[in-house]
Design a protein around this ligand. Structure first.
Ligand SMILES: Nc1ncnc2c1ncn2[C@@H]1O[C@H](COP(=O)(O)OP(=O)(O)OP(=O)(O)O)[C@@H](O)[C@H]1O
Ligand SMILES: [Mg+2]
Length: 388
């Protein structure tokens, strides 16, 4: 630790330097207030200052006042030294911002004890400072979490309402499109008999149009189902869940996406020996399907496209890792992926709900879902702590 000795008398400075040096301090000397101020402005500023009260030009009390008023003043323990012996002088020095007061001539034994007090105070103030910083970091993190949770809760209510409203009209659209498709061959024949070339040309387009309407309605239905599952309150009591094997869920989810793994994307399953645990298979599989879908999207067009799923029994529950060898997740995207409706996919392709729903499902299973990038390239999603 640096200690600063401020005294216009070189003999006193030499004496203090020798004493402080022998107690393990790195000693800086200043012969006047100006030198002291530049020493205090150093990057590794001294934390302890022994300052003479009476000096020509700026005296010790004035120097102290200035040092204390520096905007980013670091902790500084100040021992004021003076030839004055009256208690009024000591009181004045302490009121002016000194932490301690000693009279000349200096008594090395007493001074050592008082410097020791200063070191203890500094250590405590540093510990407090660290604690305060840690607390403020925690508070910031907590505030961000609350904001996120709040946004999700609002979305949940909104989603439930919207899903409910959209469900019925979507069913009409899909049902009527299906009905039209069924009666269309009869209508088409009737139109052909009318012999109007323009009508015949238009009618050739109708099956594709109806299929598009049905496809669109199906897509709306899926989004609504997603929103509903997002909005619903999951069974939070694990005892109501059945005992199931996570590996079977992984296999079922992979089967559901079978067509995506058939062609260009290789699926590697490495399922470890894990114990059965209480999960809600349909929702758990939904989370897995989301992760697998994302991984398949990420490896589109990649040579040797591979998605790997690994399950392991860990001390804190079951872990499932989904990895791909796609491009990975850029930092700016990583910050957003858990937010509802955040997607980098083209309109009509992604809703941006997948990860947000999955994270919630895993949390409802008592676990955590985290994302990172693999050193070798590609993304890694880790479900951990399930069934613990
Ligand atoms: N394996 C991955 N590799 C690279 N980026 C990914 C990966 N998984 C997710 N992402 C990024 O995170 C975003 C959000 O994913 P999320 O599953 O929430 O929504 P989405 O896939 O875009 O849409 P959907 O609602 O259809 O799932 C994606 O758009 C993508 O940018
Ligand atoms: Mg997705």
């Amino acid at each position: 630790m640096h200690a600063l000795v401020v005294d216009d008398d070189p003999t006193t400075r030499t004496q203090l330097r020798a004493l402080l040096g022998s107690w393990g301090y790195d000693v800086l000397e200043a012969g006047d207030a100006a030198q002291a101020e530049s020493a205090l402005a150093r990057r590794d500023a001294p934390l302890l200052m022994i300052v003479d009260w009476v000096m020509p030009e700026t005296n010790g009390v004035e120097l102290l006042r200035r040092a204390r008023s520096l905007p980013e003043a670091s902790p500084l323990y100040v021992i004021m030294v003076s030839g004055k012996h009256e208690s009024a002088a000591a009181a004045y020095a302490l009121e002016s911002g000194a932490d301690d007061f000693v009279s000349k001539p200096l008594d090395p034994v007493a001074l050592r004890a008082r410097v020791g007090v200063g070191a203890r105070m500094l250590a405590k103030s540093e510990a407090l400072q660290r604690y305060a910083e840690e607390m403020s970091r925690l508070a910031e993190a907590r505030a961000a979490e609350i904001l996120h949770a709040d946004r999700l809760a609002t979305l949940g209510q909104l989603a439930a309402g919207v899903a409910h409203e959209i469900n019925n009209p979507t069913t009409f659209i899909a049902g009527n499109a299906e009905l039209l498709e069924r009666v269309w061959p009869d209508l088409e024949r009737a139109l052909a008999q009318a012999g109007d070339a323009r009508l015949v040309a238009i009618s050739a387009e109708v099956p594709a149009m109806l299929a598009a309407v049905r496809g669109g309605a199906e897509r709306v239905r899926r989004i609504v189902a997603d929103l509903k599952s997002y909005a619903r309150k999951g069974s939070s009591d694990p005892r109501e869940r059945e005992l199931a094997n996570v590996n079977e869920s992984v296999e079922r989810a992979a089967r559901l996406l079978g067509s995506r793994f058939k062609h260009d994307v290789r699926l590697e399953l490495d399922l470890g020996d894990i114990s059965a645990c209480r999960i809600d298979p349909p929702t758990f599989e939904q989370a897995l399907v989301n992760l697998l879908n994302n991984a398949c999207d990420a490896v589109q067009g990649v040579a040797g496209a591979t998605v790997a799923v690994r399950s392991r029994q860990r001390d804190d529950g079951i872990e499932v890792v989904v990895e791909d060898n796609g491009a990975g997740i850029p930092d700016a995207v990583m910050r957003e992926i858990w937010n509802p409706f955040f997607t980098t996919k083209p309109p009509g392709k992604g809703t941006g709900l997948g990860l947000c729903i999955s994270q919630r499902i895993i949390a409802e299973h008592g676990g955590a879902l985290r994302a990172s990038n693999r050193r070798e390239g590609g993304a890694r999603f880790v479900i951990s702590g399930v069934g613990s």
